[in-house]
Design a protein around this ligand. Structure first.
Ligand code: IPE
Ligand code: IPE
Ligand code: MG
Length: 251
């Protein structure tokens, strides 16, 4: 694994990785266990991924932990997921501190149970001066919901004459998204074999490289992250230009 890690070019890693952590339920089902057993084991993969990102110098990692649509799951699963969030935050604070990681959230945090809000607030406060990796948890997050909020907030400013319609551009929109403090996503990973976006960061992934793997989230370990980043490093990101233009820039 050291050899694998060392084959990653440190100056060409994606700045911002986003992950749709999927497949916990199926992983548990394969083992004849309840779905929540999969979620619990998924926490280990979160820890491995965070450490792996730290090791290769990733600056931003955003994890899709709970979508606006996930509220429609059975009540007991939602309740247990929220409890797992609180206990994991308590347990993993040490890892965040040791690895100089700053916690951030996106989504409708106000919709989460009070206990989760309180724990998040505390961990965010305690890690606010860390600066190696910014870990963003998407909680009660939906991209369409985020865009609706952006439009409402920009409209208010226009109505109040704080902003002119002519001034609205991509930058203004970026600054009103939950992700205002994060750069665009460079690399989007989804586990479990599903090839869809499920309402995650629609605006922010406009030019992200996509990586879909059949590995179920609880089986996703450091090695899987390194392999994914290695594949990223073999892609040519053209941003609308020609291959020849890109080669010239890289010369
Ligand atoms: C991802 O795993 C975790 C959350 C969405 C909270 P799933 O719970 O979606 O697992 P599958 O897709 O049913 O296997
Ligand atoms: C997406 O996974 C949300 C998270 C990973 C938190 P889902 O399992 O909810 O996605 P769909 O509904 O199968 O697309
Ligand atoms: Mg799923």
């Amino acid at each position: 694994m050291e050899a694998l890690k060392n084959s990653i070019l440190k100056n060409k890693v994606p700045t911002h990785i986003a992950i749709i952590m999927d497949g916990n339920g199926r992983w548990a089902k394969l083992k004849n266990k309840p779905r929540i057993f999969g979620h619990k084991n998924g926490v280990n993969s979160v820890r491995e991924t965070i450490e792996a990102c730290g090791d290769i110098g990733i600056e931003y990692l955003t994890l899709y932990a709970f979508s606006t649509e996930n509220w429609n799951r059975p009540k007991l699963e939602v309740k247990t997921l929220m409890a797992l969030l609180v206990s994991s935050l308590k347990k993993e604070l040490k890892i965040l501190q040791e690895n100089n990681i700053k916690l951030n959230t996106i989504g409708n945090i106000n919709d989460l149970p009070k206990s989760a809000q309180k724990e998040l607030k505390e961990v965010i406060e305690k890690t606010k001066n860390n600066n190696a990796l910014t870990l963003t948890l998407a909680l009660s997050y939906g991209s369409r919901d985020e865009i609706v909020n952006v439009i409402k907030n920009i409209s208010k400013k226009v109505v109040n004459n704080e902003l002119q319609i002519e001034e609205i551009d991509e930058n203004i929109i970026n600054n009103h998204l939950y992700t205002f403090s994060l750069p665009d996503v460079d690399f989007l990973i989804r586990t479990s074999g599903e090839k869809r976006i499920s309402n995650f960061l629609l605006w922010q992934i406009a030019y992200a490289e996509m990586y879909f793997t059949n590995t179920l989230w609880p089986d996703f370990k450091k090695e899987n992250l390194y392999n994914a980043v290695l594949e990223y490093q073999h892609r040519e990101r053209r941003f609308g230009k020609t291959s020849e233009q890109i080669e010239k820039i890289n010369e």
